[in-house]
Ligand binder design. Structure first.
Ligand SMILES: NC(=O)c1ccc[n+]([C@@H]2O[C@H](COP(=O)([O-])OP(=O)(O)OC[C@H]3O[C@@H](n4cnc5c(N)ncnc54)[C@H](O)[C@@H]3O)[C@@H](O)[C@H]2O)c1
Length: 247
């Protein structure tokens, strides 16, 4: 029970990596606030956790809406008094290179990955500071390190999350708040199944020494590690969980 008695808030918990993080966190003893804009999928994650005897509740909202972070964190605090762990996971991709990407897509991608992460991080830090305890994990991507052809907004946002992670880590380390990032490689989630062309997947897998996609649970295990006390002296780290792609 790596997260026994901890309270966690996970954004984008309705499917894919976010669902795996939420389910595994609950299995490791955490109570989990599930933040998700898709009420149906969010409810499914909630029911899955409760069916396994875990504690969770759904906060159905769009994290990019002004005031969303205040609402979500407020609801979680009202239920359980505090937040020990924040996982900034929710996100999406809008493909396109420098001349193809539309301004509104650029804004949307940077908004969901960076602006929302800032808002949620701002909301949880005062309580963590007061209790001198906190763990924040941000879902970046290998593209944040390598760049991605035709992925200018996404790669820029994910690189931004690396800078964000390290900057916040420097600012809050003295309050015993650890801030780290996980950089997944290609992971078998609904987003990848529905949105990525087969030829791109094949290209990535050809460059991935382990030769397969990650299961969402394999990304979640790294997140749980960084969120747990096993990582008590780790902050500002960027953990690649990529099967060796772009190592
Ligand atoms: N799957 C991969 O190969 C991969 C690789 C590297 C990084 N990542 C990152 O991991 C995270 C999860 O990816 P995934 O593949 O599980 O994605 P996914 O699309 O399968 O799931 C994302 C979840 O976030 C929710 N969400 C999106 N925008 C939201 C918003 N504005 N408000 C509330 N909820 C919102 C979606 O409804 C969905 O349930 C993302 O940050 C993604 O960029 C994924």
């Amino acid at each position: 029970m790596k997260l026994k008695d901890k309270v966690a808030l996970v954004t984008g918990a309705g499917q894919g990596i976010g669902r795996a993080i939420a389910v595994l966190s609950a299995r490791q003893g955490a109570r989990v606030a599930l933040v998700e804009r898709n009420e149906t999928s969010g409810r499914e994650t909630c029911e899955q956790i409760q069916a396994q005897g875990g504690e969770a509740f759904l906060i159905a909202l769009d994290i990019t809406r002004p005031g969303a972070a205040t609402d979500a964190v407020g609801q979680a605090r009202e239920a359980w008094g505090r937040i020990d762990i924040l996982v900034n996971n929710a996100g999406f991709d809008r493909p396109g290179g420098i001349f193809k990407i539309r301004d509104e897509d650029w804004d949307a991608v940077l908004g969901v990955h960076l602006k929302a992460a800032l808002a949620f991080t701002r909301e949880v830090i005062p309580g963590m500071k007061e209790r001198q305890y906190g763990r924040i994990v941000n879902l970046s991507s290998i593209y944040g390190k390598s760049g991605g052809k035709g992925e200018i907004a996404y790669a820029t946002a994910k690189a931004g999350l690396i800078g964000f992670t390290k900057s916040v880590a420097k600012e809050v380390g003295r309050y015993n708040i650890g801030v780290n990032a996980v950089l997944p490689g290609l992971t078998a989630t609904p987003a990848i199944a529905t949105l990525m062309a087969e030829k791109f997947k094949e290209q990535i897998l050809a460059q991935t020494p382990l030769g397969r996609m990650a299961r969402p649970e394999e990304i979640a295990q790294a997140v749980i590690f960084l969120a747990s006390d096993e990582a008590s002296y780790i902050t500002g780290a960027c953990l690649e969980v990529s099967g060796g792609w772009e190592m």
